[in-house]
Design a protein around this ligand. Structure first.
Ligand code: NAD
Ligand code: UGA
Length: 463
C-alpha cells in the first residue's frame, strides 16, 4: 500500500513534533494533524511561530518549512480520517483518576474514542498506528472495536511507540537511536509494516528500524521508560547516603558511568523525575503485573516510583528543616517550574509537589521559569489540590501565597531561600554573588538539579 495521506489524531507533544518531522522528510506525503482542541490547532496554525503550543528547540523551523506545503493542522477529524490511508493515534493516555485501576492503570478512553470514530467514519481500508504509549495487548482491543463497528472496511493495526524526550524532540526525531514498529506477522500485517518502514526510511537508516510483533513493540515502550526512570531513582537513592558520608553524588555517577556496561546517561541526581510519562508508564506496568498475579515484578517496579516520591518529599523537608523548622511567611524563590529544561511542559514536575509542601507550611513561593506562564503554574497547583479534595476557599487562600515573576531577580530578591527545580542553562550564568547580597541572611540555596558549582556555593552561602 502506498501512502499518500497520513492523519494523526492528537496534536500534542508527540503528535505535533513527530508529524512535523515526518512531513518535512516526506514532502510528497500529505500529513494532516487533527485535534478536538480548537485553541491548540489555532496555535499550531499561528503565523507567529513563537506562538506554537509547544516549545521545543528547532520545532519552529521544521513547522515553518512543511506547514501549508504538505503539513496541515485541523479540527476536522472525520475529514482527515476519511482522506488518509494511514492514521496515527497520538492521544493522551494518562493514569486513571476514577474507577477500576484508579491511580495505576492507563486511562484508555481517548484511544477507544479514536478507534470508534475511525470505525464509524472510514469508507476505505486503513492502517491504524498506535503512537500513544499503551499497555501491552491494547491492539487487541482496538482491533476488536474496529472489526465489530465498521462497515466492511479492512484495518491493519501497527504499534509504533515514540521514544523522543521533550526538550530534545527534534534532535531525537531526526536522529533516533531506533524506530520500533510492531505488527501482525501475517501477509497483510507485514505489508502494513513495510508501508510504515518506507515512511521512516526517508531519513532513518533501515538497520535502525526494528520490526517485531505487536505485543513486543507495545511492551518495549513501557519497558524502556521503566529502565530509564529506574536509573534516575537508583542514583537518587544514593544521594542521602552521600550526604551522610561525605561522598559526592556527581563523582559517584562519573565513576560508575565510565564503566561501559553501565554508561554515563541518566545518572544525574535530582529532586526527582517528572514529566507526563515515567510515573504513568511505570504505574501502568505495575498494574499489568498485578493483574496477572506477578506481585514480585509489580513490587520491584513500584519501588522506582516510591523512591521518586521520597526524593521530592525529602527535598521539601530539607528546606523546612534548614530554615529553622518553619517557612511560614518566608519568601522562597523558585528557579524553574518545567519538569526539565528546554520545554514548557510541567506535567508531574517535581516543582509542583515541592511547592505544595512549602505552601502547606505557610511559605510564600516566588516562581520564575523562562517558558512557563503564571496561569499554567496556578492551574498545576489547583489541579493537584482539586484531585486531593481541597475546598475552593482553601485553594484560593493557598494561591494567594504564589507569586509568578517574569524577571528572575524579582523572584529571588529579599528571599530567605532559593530552590532550583529545573536545570535551565541560564540559571548557571546568573551573578550569584549579587543574588546572595540581596537575600535575607542566613541565606540558603537548595540546588535540586546540582547545576551550580558547589565550591562557589560553599564560599557564599549555606547549602
Ligand atoms: P498531549 O496531551 O500533549 O496531546 C494529546 C492530544 O490529543 C491533546 O491535544 C488532546 O486534545 C488530543 N485528543 C485526545 N482525544 C482526542 C480525540 N478523540 N480526537 C481528537 N483529539 C484528541 O499528549 P502527549 O504528550 O502528546 O502524549 C500522547 C501519547 O504519547 C501518550 O500516550 C504519551 O504517553 C505518549 N508519549 C509522550 C511523550 C512525550 O514526550 N510527551 C513521548 C513519548 C510518548
Ligand atoms: C522520557 C524518555 O526519555 C523518552 O525516551 C520517552 O519517549 C518519554 O519519556 C515518554 O515516553 O514520554 P521525557 O520525560 O520527555 O522523556 O524526558 P527525560 O529526559 O527522560 O526526563 C524525565 C525526567 O527525569 C525529567 O524530570 C528529568 O529532569 C529527570 N532526569 C533525567 C533526572 O532527574 N536525571 C537524569 O539523569 C535524567
Amino acid at each position: 500500500m502506498s501512502i499518500r495521506t497520513i492523519c494523526c489524531i492528537g496534536a500534542g507533544y508527540v503528535g505535533g513534533p513527530t508529524m512535523s518531522v515526518i512531513a518535512q522528510k516526506n514532502p510528497s506525503i500529505k500529513v494532516i494533524v487533527v485535534d478536538m482542541n480548537q485553541a491548540r490547532i489555532d496555535a499550531w496554525n499561528n503565523e507567529d511561530l513563537s506562538m506554537l503550543p509547544i516549545y521545543e528547540p528547532g520545532l519552529a523551523e521544521v513547522v515553518n518549512e512543511a506547514r501549508n506545503r504538505n503539513l496541515f493542522f485541523s479540527t476536522d477529524v472525520d475529514g482527515a480520517i476519511n482522506e488518509a490511508e494511514m492514521i496515527f493515534i497520538s492521544v493522551n493516555t494518562p493514569t486513571k483518576t476514577y474507577g477500576a485501576g484508579k491511580g495505576m492503570a492507563a486511562d484508555l478512553q481517548y484511544v477507544e474514542l479514536c478507534a470508534r470514530q475511525i470505525a464509524k467514519v472510514s469508507k476505505s481500508d486503513k492502517i491504524v498506528v498506535e503512537k500513544s504509549t499503551l499497555p501491552v495487548k491494547t491492539a487487541e482491543a482496538i482491533k476488536d472495536i474496529l472489526e465489530n463497528t465498521s462497515t466492511g472496511v479492512k484495518f491493519d493495526i501497527l504499534s509504533n511507540p515514540e521514544f523522543l524526550a521533550e526538550g530534545t524532540a527534534i534532535k531525537d526525531l531526526e536522529t533516533p537511536d531506533r524506530v520500533l514498529i510492531g505488527g501482525d506477522q501475517t501477509e497483510t500485517g507485514l505489508k502494513a509494516i513495510a508501508a510504515l518502514v518506507n515512511i521512516y526510511t526517508a531519513w532513518v537508516p533501515e538497520d535502525q528500524i526494528i520490526t517485531t510483533n505487536l505485543w513486543s513493540s507495545e511492551l518495549s515502550k513501557l519497558t524502556a521508560n521503566a529502565f530509564l526512570a529506574q536509573r534516575v531513582s537508583s542514583i537518587n537513592a544514593l544521594t542521602e547516603l552521600c550526604e551522610s558520608t561525605g561522598a559526592n553524588i556527581d563523582d559517584v555517577a562519573k565513576a560508575i558511568g565510565t564503566d561501559s556496561r553501565i554508561g554515563p546517561k541518566f545518572l544525574k541526581a535530582s529532586v526527582g523525575f517528572g514529566g507526563s510519562c515515567f510515573q504513568k508508564d511505570i504505574l501502568n506496568l505495575v498494574y499489568i503485573c498485578k493483574s496477572l498475579g506477578l506481585n514480585q515484578a509489580a513490587d520491584y517496579w513500584e519501588q522506582v516510583v516510591i523512591m521518586n516520591n521520597h526524593q521530592r518529599n525529602r527535598f521539601a523537608h530539607q528546606i523546612v528543616k534548614s530554615l529553622h523548622g518553619t517557612v511560614a511567611a518566608k519568601k522562597i524563590g523558585f528557579l524553574g517550574w518545567a519538569f526539565k529544561k528546554d520545554t514548557n511542559d510541567t506535567r508531574e514536575s517535581a516543582a509542583i509537589y515541592v511547592a505544595n509542601h512549602l505552601l502547606e507550611d505557610g511559605a510564600n513561593i516566588h516562581v520564575y521559569d523562562p517558558k512557563v506562564s503564571e496561569a499554567k503554574i496556578k492551574a498545576d497547583l489547583s489541579y493537584l489540590w482539586e484531585l486531593n479534595g481541597v475546598t475552593d476557599a482553601r485553594i484560593a487562600q493557598k494561591l494567594a501565597q504564589v507569586f509568578v515573576h517574569t524577571d528572575a531577580q524579582d523572584a529571588l530578591k529579599d528571599s530567605h531561600a532559593i530552590a532550583i527545580l529545573t536545570e535551565w542553562d541560564e540559571f548557571k550564568s546568573y551573578d550569584w554573588n549579587n543574588i546572595y547580597e540581596n537575600m535575607y541572611k542566613p541565606a540558603f540555596v537548595f540546588d535540586g538539579r546540582n547545576i551550580l558549582d558547589s565550591m562557589l556555593l560553599l564560599s557564599l552561602i549555606h547549602i
